[in-house]
Design a protein around this ligand. Structure first.
Ligand SMILES: CC(C)(COP(=O)(O)OP(=O)(O)OC[C@H]1O[C@@H](n2cnc3c(N)ncnc32)[C@H](O)[C@@H]1OP(=O)(O)O)[C@@H](O)C(=O)NCCC(=O)NCCS
Length: 257
């Protein structure tokens, strides 16, 4: 199917030529985007400065395809951590990261994803993305957030999630619920999510396996339906806490509290 903007259909796999093509295309868009009416065809490119608790200046901005290598380096540094809190279990290649980023950039243009990177001194140290589900689930979206170890616990996680949620509320039409999953050992992440108003709606036993160890996870949700601008700190009301059988996608309820 031809895209709305009549761009080339996505290539089956990325060659250097494709990467160059997308860099070039996005550069042209980035150059004109700030001058276009925010409510116009292309929308605006988000960029915001934030001062962390320790005084570090952080830029939250939307990425371009040229960020693929920096994003790869950053995410691989987290993947290598013990108990990283994220699902990926081996370093990603530049090709994989470029393909992932290219897909996200397409979704950003189609207004089904928002993605911000956190940059300190020109280096990518974090990212946060919200992607809308499809079809009959398109009122729901999933949020993910990751920061490099060196910049944690100074308020960047909370700030980038807040910015991303606000952007999603502006950009993604029909958005009602933002969901995430958090592993049981990840207490700091859970504290942050609760502060932002996320509430547990579901638990998945043995959701992840790290080595031979099984780890349970919580699915948490934030209701953003009908919330005004600048108010993402809303408490979701869980309808019920469900415990589901391992390996099912919250479908087979074992118990309900
Ligand atoms: C989870 C993560 C994004 C949090 O970001 P962060 O910048 O460290 O968090 P913040 O500094 O914004 O902290 C927000 C709140 O969480 C709480 N918090 C943060 N770190 C904490 C810790 N180690 N222990 C307890 N609470 C903690 C604080 O209460 C803080 O609230 P405050 O501002 O009122 O003090 C970050 O730690 C991270 O990237 N971890 C590795 C990857 C990961 O786990 N991603 C999430 C997968 S679900």
């Amino acid at each position: 199917m031809m895209s709305f903007f009549h761009r080339d259909p996505p290539p089956p796999s990325l060659t250097e030529e494709h990467v160059e093509h997308f860099i070039d295309q996005r550069r042209k868009e980035d150059a004109i985007a700030p001058f276009i009416n925010p409510f116009g065809l292309f929308g605006f490119v988000f960029r915001k400065e934030f001062t962390a608790k320790d005084g570090t200046t952080v830029i939250f901005r939307e990425p371009t395809i040229a960020d693929a290598e920096a994003l790869m380096r950053f995410i691989n540094s987290v993947i290598r951590e013990d108990r990283s809190g994220i699902v990926m279990d081996r370093p990603v290649t530049l090709k994989e990261e470029s393909e992932w980023l290219k897909a996200r950039l397409g979704e950003i243009r189609r207004r089904t994803t928002v993605l911000l990177v956190a940059e300190v001194d020109g280096k990518i140290v974090g990212n946060c993305d919200i992607s809308r589900r499809m079809w009959k689930e398109s009122h729901r979206a999933v949020i993910g957030v990751v920061l490099a170890k060196a910049v944690r616990m100074i308020g960047i996680g909370k700030a980038i999630m807040t910015a991303c949620i606000e952007l999603a509320k502006e950009r993604i039409s029909g958005l009602e619920t933002i969901e995430l999953s958090v592993l049981d050992y990840n207490k700091s992440a859970r504290t942050l999510y609760e502060q932002l108003g996320f509430a547990e709606i579901c638990r998945v036993p043995n959701a992840m396996k790290e080595g031979s160890e099984y780890i349970d996870e919580s699915i948490m949700a934030l209701n953003v339906k009908g919330k005004g601008r600048g108010k993402c700190k809303q408490q979701s009301q869980p309808i019920a806490i469900l415990t589901v059988e391992a390996g099912t996608a919250c479908e087979k309820v074992i118990s309900r509290t």
